[in-house]
Design a binder for this molecule. Structure first.
Ligand SMILES: Nc1ncnc2c1ncn2[C@@H]1O[C@H](COP(=O)(O)OP(=O)(O)OP(=O)(O)O)[C@@H](O)[C@H]1O
Length: 311
């Protein structure tokens, strides 16, 4: 079976600016695959090239085994559901009319519109005009149009924008059901924390380049950055703690509430043994892990601050 998506050494330039720079990855059939990156990383540009909406400057893309530029791609396109970053909806149409409109565009007939609205959590508003929909409701309707025709491949660009936490939870539950039905999903997000436990594999893009690719476990294992440890100590206890840690080979630095140090993961047990000897002098200990986001998306100098923010 061919890969659902194959991106081979793809670049896209706008004038002198390189928006996507020699990116390559493959997505297996049945995978939920996340494409992560900050604003401007190149995610939407890559999506548009995958759909054949934007030509590549170099490289090749194939979906379901067919080159995007090839003669058979039209047939593949009918099996693709796409949620663009900013889905354009017509305010004067109702939810049901919106789905009927997109179904005609897509050449899908007799789609179960009401059922689809139910699936995306809009069971009671099908007859209301889109102008009265909230941002989250519009996003759900956009998702429903992507699901028209039971696509084999779903490309979802920032699908959870505008959804509240419950909506985000429901969205991923629907994705799992869609996958169970045999679909492959690729979605983009800026927020790694939101999707890292919900996708099978990730590609992290930074400034047009692929910064990392793999499962969350693989990417985490690849991080060999130090763990930050923060110790809360009364002022009077600090000199003794400083001496004990220094003697054990650590390099603590003073902080407003105590000491902080960066240690190798392997040194955790040794540090804990030193801390145990400090007894009641030690009021609190915090271990701060670097996040994947901080490591791979070009925030290396800010790794520890980012870790703190996500706690
Ligand atoms: N048509 C265009 N002409 C010139 N530059 C463009 C064009 N489209 C995108 N870019 C630039 O390419 C870069 C990548 O944009 P892209 O929209 O792909 O990023 P993104 O990762 O989807 O970001 P976001 O999360 O903000 O949507 C940006 O610097 C953007 O300004």
């Amino acid at each position: 079976m061919p890969n659902a998506i194959e991106v081979r050494d793809v670049s896209r330039r706008f004038g002198d600016f390189v928006a996507v720079d020699r990116v390559g990855f493959a997505v297996d059939a049945g995978e939920i695959f996340g494409l992560i990156g900050h604003n401007g990383a190149g995610k939407s540009t890559l999506f548009k090239m995958m759909l054949g909406l934007l030509p590549v400057s170099s490289g090749e893309i194939a979906l379901c085994g067919e080159a995007v530029t090839g003669p058979h791609f039209r047939a593949v396109r009918r099996q693709i559901g796409y949620l663009p970053e900013n889905v354009v909806l017509y305010d004067n149409l109702t939810g049901l009319e919106t789905l009927a409109f997109f179904a005609r565009l897509k050449g899908v007939s007799d789609a179960p519109y009401a059922e689809l609205l139910d699936t995306v959590g809009l069971p009671a508003v099908g007859k209301r005009r889109v102008r009265d929909y909230s941002k989250g409701m519009r996003q759900r309707l956009g998702f429903a149009q992507a699901l028209l025709g039971a696509p084999k491949l779903l490309l979802l660009d920032e699908p959870t924008t505008g959804l509240d936490p419950e909506g985000i939870h429901e969205f991923y539950a629907i994705l799992e059901r869609v996958r169970a039905g045999g679909a492959t999903v690729i979605l983009t997000s800026h927020i790694l924390a939101e999707i890292e436990q919900r996708v099978d594999r990730l590609a992290l893009m930074s400034a047009g380049r692929l910064a990392a690719l793999g499962t969350v476990a693989e990417l985490s294992a690849a991080i060999a950055l130090p763990v930050t440890v923060e110790l809360t100590l009364a002022v009077a206890e600090r000199p003794a703690a400083l001496a004990a840690l220094t003697e054990a080979g650590f390099e603590p630095a003073s902080q407003p509430h105590g000491l902080s140090l960066a240690i190798d993961r392997a040194d955790k047990p040794r540090l804990l043994a030193v801390l145990a000897r400090l007894g009641e002098a030690l009021a609190d200990v915090r271990f701060i892990e670097p996040t994947l986001e901080a490591v791979f998306l070009g925030h290396r100098r800010d790794v520890h601050a980012a870790a703190r923010e996500t706690r």
